[in-house]
Design a protein around this ligand. Structure first.
Ligand code: FAD
Ligand code: NAD
Length: 402
């Protein structure tokens, strides 16, 4: 009898944790497990704001997939998913077609630009190892260019659109990076401007208590960040951004962190989506195709009040645990276990040695919060790769390039 075949799309938080849990728990010969990812490494998205600003090396934010999977139990296919055909139980990759009995979709998110003119064309986003390498080099190049054309103040003006988690964490790192770049390129740091532009009246992620928001904004302002609040970006051009009130900020660098949507492959496959994400049942399955499990940023899980939980790594990891367990139960004809999100809290980094957040409901800030953030990072590395990975990525790590 042929073994049931599980295909997992995406080796991000949801897909990778599903794979690692499956390989730990399946009996020999029980399942065929195939993991598909477009790179041969897993990237630690929660770390990407640092290499984007250049305060850390991008290699510290990625791990070879071969270091994490047991190739006797999992076949890894490095390829790009082109199409999902749920009615035929097939997936089209760039160079082969895979059929499945069970599918796990963990293809992450795409940048949401809300149709803002010019945003796709002229802004950069923190999305992947490739995108953060590009951003880091672009920023550095702006310093070099300014020295050749000192009348071009826009080379030293940096606009970050969106002051949610991603925008805030990146701005904190960028502000820390400016003194180093200023020294390297003989630039007066006072010439450098960082604008964090936010549509809502307050910066920092929604849900943080107002005193933590104030604390966070104070930290940022002391580092030289200028906020533009209640100031939605209306248009992005090759020369800068236009705000809702008509103000124009001339800048050669726009980083857009205004939001995300689910991977467009799901909508193209005919799944019912809201902003590209699929509302899943209590076992993380598609309502339309119960053999399809959906994890991470591609999925929507509702809280008790019927509002969607935010898309983050914490929920994606927990979904990975649940999906693996339920896949095994499904194969063994055992009852499935409902997914229950265990919210442990949230911490936003504000740059070196500073952070704010909530540990469950307890407020944390400053050095303690920054340390907590490191502990959270270490815990994840331990979960996927044990102590050796924690040592490699956090202790004996690569130095930032300049
Ligand atoms: P991802 O981790 O994005 O993984 C998707 C995978 O699918 C990737 O490996 C990608 O290469 C692959 N893929 C995509 N398309 C294809 C294709 N067509 N074919 C093949 N492979 C494909 N959340 C937190 O909880 N805490 C944090 O501190 C935090 N910090 C963050 C910092 C930044 C800068 C950013 C951008 C996000 C942060 N988040 C954080 C959010 C968190 O990273 C995401 O919610 C999480 O990565 C979602 O996991 P996922 O498994 O859905 O997708
Ligand atoms: P987000 O949607 O959480 O925040 C986007 C921000 O951009 C919002 O504050 C929004 O008001 C603003 N915005 C939207 N349109 C705008 C416009 N036209 N002009 C100016 N501002 C505009 O997106 P994100 O920060 O990328 O986060 C995405 C997900 O990743 C979230 O669910 C978040 O929880 C998660 N995340 C978590 C962490 C963490 O836990 N430390 C870090 C990064 C991301």
């Amino acid at each position: 009898m042929s073994k049931p075949k599980v295909v997992i799309l995406g080796a991000g938080y949801g897909g990778l944790v599903t794979t690692i849990r499956l390989q730990k728990q399946i009996r020999s010969g029980e399942l065929d497990v195939i993991l598909v990812n477009k790179h041969d490494y897993h990237y630690i998205t929660t770390h990407l704001h640092m290499p984007a600003a250049g305060t850390d090396h991008h290699d510290n934010a990625r791990v070879e997939i071969s270091e994490l999977i047991d190739e006797r139990k999992v076949r890894f296919v490095k390829s790009t998913v082109k199409q999902i055909l749920p009615q035929e139980k097939k997936v089209v990759l760039s160079d082969e077609i895979l059929s499945y009995d069970y599918l796990v979709v963990g293809l992450g998110s795409e940048t949401e630009t809300f149709g803002i003119p010019g945003m796709k064309e002229y802004a950069m986003s923190i999305k992947s190892i490739n995108s953060v390498r590009f951003i880091r080099q672009h920023i550095e190049y702006m310093f070099a260019k300014y020295k050749m054309q000192p009348h071009r103040k826009d080379y030293l003006t940096f606009v970050v659109g969106g002051a949610g988690f991603t925008g805030t964490e990146f701005v904190g790192e960028l502000a820390d990076r400016i003194p180093v770049l200023s020294r390297t390129y003989d630039v007066d740091p006072a010439m450098v401007k960082i604008f964090n532009v936010e549509a809502s009246p307050s910066a920092l992620p929604p849900g943080l208590p107002s005193d933590l928001v104030e604390y966070g904004m104070d930290v940022m302002r002391r580092k030289g960040v200028q906020y533009k609040l209640a100031a939605p970006i209306k248009e992005c051009t090759s020369e800068g951004v236009i705000l809702g009130n008509g103000e124009f900020i001339r800048s050669a660098t726009v980083i857009w962190s205004g939001g995300i949507r689910g991977n467009s492959l799901l909508e193209q496959a005919g799944f019912d989506v809201q902003r590209g994400r699929v509302k899943v049942d209590t076992y993380l399955r598609s309502f339309q195709y119960p053999e399809v499990f959906i994890t991470g940023d591609c999925s929507i899980v509702m809280d008790r009040d019927g509002s969607p939980y935010p898309a983050n790594a914490q929920i994606a990891v927990q979904q990975g645990y649940n999906a693996a367990r339920n896949l095994i139960s499904a194969v063994r004809n055992k009852p499935l276990k409902p997914f229950v999100y265990d919210y442990k809290g949230t911490v936003a980094s504000l740059g070196r040695g500073e952070a704010v957040g909530l540990l469950k409901v307890k407020k944390v800030k400053g050095k303690f919060a920054a340390l907590l953030k490191k502990v959270i990072d270490a815990r994840y590395l331990f979960l996927i790769g044990g102590i050796p990975l924690v040592w490699k990525k956090m202790i004996f790590k690569q130095k930032a390039t300049t």
